[in-house]
Structures are given as structure tokens and as C-alpha cells.
Design a protein around this ligand. Sequence first.
Ligand code: NDP
Ligand code: PYC
Length: 340
Amino acid sequence: MTADTAIFLTFDALADLSRRILRHHGLGPNQIEAVTRTIVAGERDGCASHGAYRLIVCAATLATGKVIRDADPEVCDSAPGLARVDAGGGYAQLAFERGLPLLVEKAQAAGIAALAINNCVHFAALWPEIEAVTDQGLVALACTPSHAWVAPAGGRKPLFGTNPLAFGWPRPGPYPFVFDFATSAVARGEIELHCRSGRKIPTGWGIDREGNDTTDPAAALAGAMLTFGGHKGSALSAMIELIAGPLIGDMTSAESLTADEGAGSSPIGGELIVAIDPSGFLGDAAAQHMNRAEALFEGITAQGARLPSQRRFAAREQSQERGGVTLARTLHDDLLRLLD
Ligand code: NDP
Ligand code: PYC
């Protein structure tokens, strides 16, 4: 991007813009701070589909009235290894921040614990939550359904959400091992970005309303998205529907889309986060065994392959060196228009 097509914003300037947009669209102060931390982190890490672009998504969602703007999440200590946060109809971020200390305490006490976030609106990547758990020396797993946009393998009609699955493993040094991906071929946000910029999508991402392969992003958004890895992504997606839906008393992606009533909000429902303390299985030998994982990571990179999140951590370092992020001017202009 050139100076004509791009604009540099310091982290503070982006956070300030995020706060102003969210306030202008009626979100309450606590929710604003938690959402803004996610927006800035996403842009800092070079996550185009889940960074500053999400402010456009938030503004549209707030306009639907589907978010409780001043929700005050409530934490519930539900069982020895289980915690629950009722997000109160607000965004998932503040609910997660409130529930994290109890999740960590329980995982450290019992070796494993799970946190259910219920009744939340979800628009974000899962890696911020994964990293918050690995920062405590715990192994982490997270998933959430979304809206029914994705056809099961062998079918042609939307049923599953784009249902992300994320995993984290604490490592020596600044960065954990983390992957975080949609169980659809790609996040819906990525297809939306292709639509915004007039780019075609590869075949395999989606089908049109008639069930035909398409490279037209608008046709795929109107038709159905496809799972990654055929029946394998499809089964993982079904698992996420189950364990972050009925298992925690919350909505499937189909139910979320029904609850949306055509308004076009971000998905509504639950999220499941599991934390495992390595010393639960291994006691004093935990550090020694955790270090054996380093040979595995070395085995991956020694072949010239890269670790998941390696690109993202490199983007983070570059942003931190520069003290901010570079936004496309078209996106920045669209963000400023949200203040009209
Ligand atoms: P990708 O298909 O790009 O997959 C992302 C993951 O795979 C990242 O961990 C990424 O690391 C890693 N990866 C990508 N390429 C490689 C490679 N060549 N070698 C090794 N690892 C690689 O992203 P998606 O479109 O599937 O998902 C993007 C985001 O969308 C996720 O953060 C997800 O949580 C979010 N999402 C949220 C939803 C919600 O309901 N809240 C729904 C769906 C998606 P790196 O980042 O370093 O490239
Ligand atoms: O990109 O698929 C997506 C998505 C859904 C909810 C948040 N992001």
C-alpha cells in the first residue's frame, strides 16, 4: 500500500477511533473497552478479517438491537471443574475477561477446567482468549458456533456455522503454539473482504443458491459456504455445534440465525473454553515433558514448514516496532463514516 492508499494509525489512535465508533453506536463503557482491546489486537496481528474491519460489523450489529449494550456479565462457580459466565446478551469479550480468573484457578486446582460463556454476541477471533490462557502456563482449547452459513459435506444447504476451533500450548519464550481457524474453508469475514474489494474467491470456498461452485463472493455469501477438508471439517463443525451449543445450554448456528430474524447481527450464543494444567498429569515432571514439545516444533520448522501463528506473531512484532498499524484508506474512510 502507498501513502495514497494507506494510513498509519498508532495503537492509541486506533483504540480511540474504536471507542468513538462503539460509543456513537450506543455500546456501554465496559463493553467498549473489552471490544476495543480485541479490535486493536486483531489489527496489530495482521488479521484483516478480524481486526479494524470488525468495527463495521459491530456498528451493523448494534443497529439491529441484538446486543445488550450495557450488559454486565455474571460469573457462576457451577461445579469443581466448571465455570459459567452469563454474558447478559453483550459481547463475548467482557464475559471472557470476567470468567478467566475462575477458569485458571479451577484448572490449577483440578488439572482441567472448562468455562462456558452463555448468551453472548460473538464477532471475534479466538486466539486472544487462547493466549490469555496459555499466558498462565495452561494448555487451551476454544470453540464457538456462529450462524448457519455452511453446508455439511455432501449437502448443499447452510446448516453449520463457520465454527472456529482454536488451540494453544504454552512454550518457553514470548509466543505459545497457537492455531485458530474456521471449520469452513475460510472465515466468512474473508469472503466479505473479497466482496468489498471486488476480488473473486477460489473454488471450494462456497456454492451459489442453486448449489453450483462459484468464484463470486456475493453468490457464496447468499448460497452456502463449504467446510475445510470435506467430511473432516464437517464432523469437527458438528462437534462444535454440540459442545458449544446444547452441551452448555446454548444455541446451535441454525438457532442463532433464527434468533437473528434476518436482522444481520453477529452470531448469538455460547462459547466453550477448556484449560488444562500440565502439572495435573505430570506433577514436578511437567516442565521436562512440556519441553519435549519443542522437538516437535523444531521438526516442523526444520522442513521449511511454518508454525501456525508464526505469520501473526511476525505481524505483531512489526506493528509493535512501528507503534501502530497501517489501514487501507478505503477501510479508514468507511470507519470515519460510521461516526456520521
Ligand atoms: P486461516 O484459514 O488463515 O487459518 C488460520 C490459522 O491457520 C492461523 O492459526 C494461521 O496462522 C494458520 N495458518 C495459515 N496458513 C498457514 C500455513 N501455511 N502454515 C501453518 N499455519 C497456517 O483463517 P480462517 O479464515 O479459517 O480464520 C480466521 C479467523 O476467523 C480465526 O481467527 C477465527 O477465530 C475467526 N473466526 C471467528 C468466528 C466466530 O464465530 N467468532 C467464525 C469463523 C472464524 P497465522 O495467523 O500465523 O497465519
Ligand atoms: O468470519 O466467519 C466469520 C465470523 C463469524 C463470526 C465472527 N466471524
